[in-house]
Design a protein around this ligand. Structure first.
Ligand SMILES: C[S@@+](CC[C@H](N)C(=O)[O-])C[C@H]1O[C@@H](n2cnc3c(N)ncnc32)[C@H](O)[C@@H]1O
Length: 279
């Protein structure tokens, strides 16, 4: 059963980090003429209303994107990300928040291609509506973990694979590692990006260790913004583990993370980490 709905979390601190990095990776891909594919294995609904009951149940966006959109001293990379959201809100009311498929759509070029996987029937229907007239994208109501290998290598032999599962089931951690292992076997040159939550139970530590064994060209960017809740649980932050990241990304994210961490902090001990391994 699929219980997770991203609409409850859209625009939170984790979305801000993941979408800002995704946009930068695609900007880097655009520096070469050769077309590429973007495969989003867990796409969600594509666009979210921040005026909806879902988004306002816990109002996570208020401690995420809402802390940035009126700032006038944003580092360049964050300004580019906020500008992308601004153009989705033509009325200037900041009620729409673009999910990863929309960030991708607004970042790629005419010859690039998108493949989107989403299993939840309601979110898939919203995604289908949203991409109805899009000729660059193909959508699949299928398991993104299991389906990835069939698309690799892509015909252009350039691709970004973005994997953003809910991790509500512990098995997602193992599936991420297995899907990447299979993916790399078929397409070692791909740029792989895995999002993960930082939870009090520390599952991300084993995940990062297993993913690190798959490649010697990796980058891990993480940010902790919250303390555990009163019962000792909760999502303290999140991170992105990348294989074959753009070689400039670690350095350019150094210009963003201090600002981002300071502005999204919900306690005094907020912190970030950027760790690169280059063979
Ligand atoms: C964290 S959300 C994705 C958010 C989206 N990537 C974004 O950044 O806007 C995870 C999504 O994965 C979907 N999902 C869960 N298991 C899946 C699977 N095995 N294959 C494809 N989608 C799945 C969920 O329904 C949910 O919409």
């Amino acid at each position: 059963m699929l219980a997770y709905r991203h609409a409850f979390h859209a625009g939170n601190h984790a979305d801000v980090l993941k979408h800002c990095v995704l946009q930068q990776v695609l900007a880097y891909m655009n520096q070469k003429d050769k077309p590429y594919w973007v495969i989003d294995t867990h796409a969600g609904a594509g666009m979210y209303s921040l005026a909806s009951d879902y988004a306002n149940k816990k109002s996570e966006y208020k401690d995420g994107i809402a802390r940035l959109w009126e700032q006038n001293d944003l580092p360049e990379i964050l300004q580019e990300y906020v500008d992308l959201i601004r153009v989705c809100n033509v009325k200037g009311d900041w009620t729409l928040y673009p999910g990863s498929p929309e960030v991708i759509r607004r970042s790629i070029r005419a010859d690039d291609r998108v493949r989107l996987f989403e299993l939840h029937p309601t979110d898939f229907a919203i995604l289908e509506d949203h991409f109805e007239r899009d000729r660059q994208a193909k959508l699949f109501k299928a398991d993104g973990f299991a389906s990835l290998k069939a698309l690799l290598p892509p015909p252009t032999r350039r691709a970004v694979i973005f994997m953003d599962p809910p991790y509500e089931l512990k098995s997602d951690y193992l599936k991420v590692v297995e899907a990447l292992r299979e993916g790399i076997k078929r397409f070692a040159e791909g740029v792989y990006i895995v999002w993960y939550p930082i939870l009090t139970r520390g599952d991300h530590i084993d995940l990062i260790e297993s993913l690190s064994e798959l490649s010697n060209k990796t980058l891990n960017i993480s940010m902790t913004v919250q303390e555990p809740d009163q019962d000792g649980f909760g999502m303290l932050g999140s991170g992105l583990f990348m294989i074959n990241p753009p070689w400039t990304l670690a350095e350019s994210m150094q210009t963003v993370m201090p600002y981002l961490t300071e502005h999204l902090a919900q306690f005094e001990g907020a912190s970030f980490d950027i760790s690169e391994s280059v063979a």
